[in-house]
Design a protein around this ligand. Structure first.
Ligand SMILES: Cc1ncc(COP(=O)(O)O)c(C=O)c1O
Length: 454
């Protein structure tokens, strides 16, 4: 038992207090009643211990994929502590502390070339909101004063605040929030393995790019401020775009004076084996959003990187958050980036991710209930099917049951629509990944047999 380990009685009290007082976002009340809240008390590296003393390896980087450097990193904790003791917070607007300025310069260096100005916020949703406002205010000052519309994609996830949510189509959050912010429309985006039109992946990618052009024409180019896209869509698990898709998107946006916002909130800072997923396809965004692994989850922070001409066009950017650019969060981010550079963790993500993808494909790729295994860097998905010929998804809870079984066997993964995903911390060892693959294969086969699917 570690110092943080509660007694059985204290653990039961914690669970009771959680039921009584905590709201569980995005979690069905029945599921919490059945499984209990997941209360973890200690983490070290990729290992977690829950309140009952059970050990897990966390292949989700803390559920949200933010915890890219694992648990218990004392270097980050010390950097934050030192900054808090030196100057924890000095307001916002034009008030800045040195770590915040250094971080802006570093982000400008790491992001694709045209992005050289950085706006700080507190999370991914605020980054998306801020990118929309930068885009809209830019057009007001550069000849498209009525450009307020934002185009996003079916199944996109861009956040929970009203603007970001209006560009979102995933996690069943849209309908309950409608009517959302006016001016948003959604179009198809490329996906792997299956799509609503039954097209081949490459042809569907072409179709989706053409659809963007049609949508801009339909909305009226003078009214469209921006198109936003995740470079690798999370819905139904790690949807890499076909080659050429973003090239066409860039051309179309340029043709109609529409800004391209690339949402790198999940993919930024090494998740896909590059600093940013944009690097894989040489996407040159106008605005890029980031959060999560920026601070590896140690302190909340988000940011928008922008082309200088967008920011420079505004006499004043009319938008602010109290804690933008918080010095303690900037100290965390600077340390995270230094650790990633020192440990060559981006290359490690690329190499270990390829290793795990091979191992996972080998272990489960031909299983009768597995449709496709895919991934990029340290982000992998197993997409399931009830019928390999038609690629029909399971309509019941088979995917969730596989993830529950993995949890029982000591590995944390997440169901995501028709698939489950794993997003291991970039510091994982090969032995951790081997164990996760072994448990995934065992869980898939056990659940399939119990349900008479094989
Ligand atoms: C691509 C993307 N954009 C935006 C967000 C919103 O970020 P946050 O939850 O930090 O507000 C998320 C969150 O998962 C995301 O995955």
């Amino acid at each position: 038992m570690t110092a943080a380990q509660p007694s059985a009685a204290a653990a039961a009290d914690l669970a009771e207090a959680a039921f009584a007082h905590c709201v569980f976002p995005l979690t069905a009340a029945d599921d919490v009643r059945r499984d209990g809240p997941a209360i973890y008390v200690h983490g070290e590296g990729v290992r977690l211990t829950d309140a009952a003393g059970r050990a897990f390896i966390d292949m989700m980087s803390a559920h949200t994929r933010a915890n890219a450097l694992g648990y218990g990193n004392r270097e980050i904790a010390a950097a934050v502590g030192e900054q808090l003791a030196t100057l924890h917070y000095i307001g916002t607007a034009a008030n800045l502390a040195p770590p915040t300025i250094r971080l802006a310069a570093k982000i400008a260096e790491l992001t694709p070339t045209p992005l050289s100005k950085v706006l700080f916020v507190n999370d991914g949703s605020e980054a998306v909101e801020s990118a929309f406002k930068l885009a809209r205010q830019y057009h007001v000052h550069t000849g498209k004063p009525r450009a307020n519309k934002i185009i996003s994609r079916w199944n996109a996830y861009h956040g929970a605040t009203m603007g970001a949510l209006s560009a979102t189509d995933w996690l069943d959050t849209r309908h309950i929030a409608e009517p959302g912010v006016p001016g948003h429309s959604l179009i198809p985006g490329p996906s792997r393995y299956r799509n609503p039109f039954g097209m081949e992946d490459e042809a569907y990618g072409e179709f989706c790019a053409t659809y963007l052009e049609r949508e801009i024409q339909h909305q009226g180019p003078d009214y469209v401020a921006a198109f936003i896209a995740e470079p690798v869509m999370q819905a139904n698990g790690v949807q890499t775009p076909p080659d050429g898709y973003f090239e066409r998107v860039r051309e179309i946006c340029d043709r109609y004076g529409v800004l391209l916002i690339v949402d790198e909130v999940i993919t930024g800072f090494g998740r896909t084996g590059a600093w940013f997923a944009s690097d894989h396809w040489d996407i040159q965004p106008d605005l890029m959003t980031m959060a999560k692994a920026l601070t590896a989850g140690y302190v909340p922070m988000g940011a928008v990187a922008a082309r200088a001409e967008i920011v420079d066009a505004l006499p004043v950017f009319r938008h602010v958050h109290t804690f933008s650019g918080h010095a303690g969060a900037a100290a965390a981010a600077n340390t995270v980036i230094a650790i990633m550079e020192r440990g060559a963790l981006i290359a490690r993500s690329r190499e270990l991710g390829a290793y795990m993808l091979d191992a996972l494909t080998e272990a489960v790729g031909t299983h009768p209930i597995v449709g496709q295994v895919r991934g990029i860097g340290m982000w992998l998905a197993v997409d399931f099917t009830a019928d390999r010929a038609t690629r029909a998804p399971f309509e019941d809870d088979t995917v969730a049951a596989v993830v529950r079984r993995m949890h029982e066997l000591g590995v944390l993964a997440s169901p995501i629509g028709t698939a489950f995903e794993m997003a291991p911390p970039l510091i994982s060892e090969k032995t951790d990944l081997d164990f996760a693959v072994e448990i995934a294969a065992r869980a898939i086969d056990e659940v399939a047999r119990e349900r008479h699917l094989v």
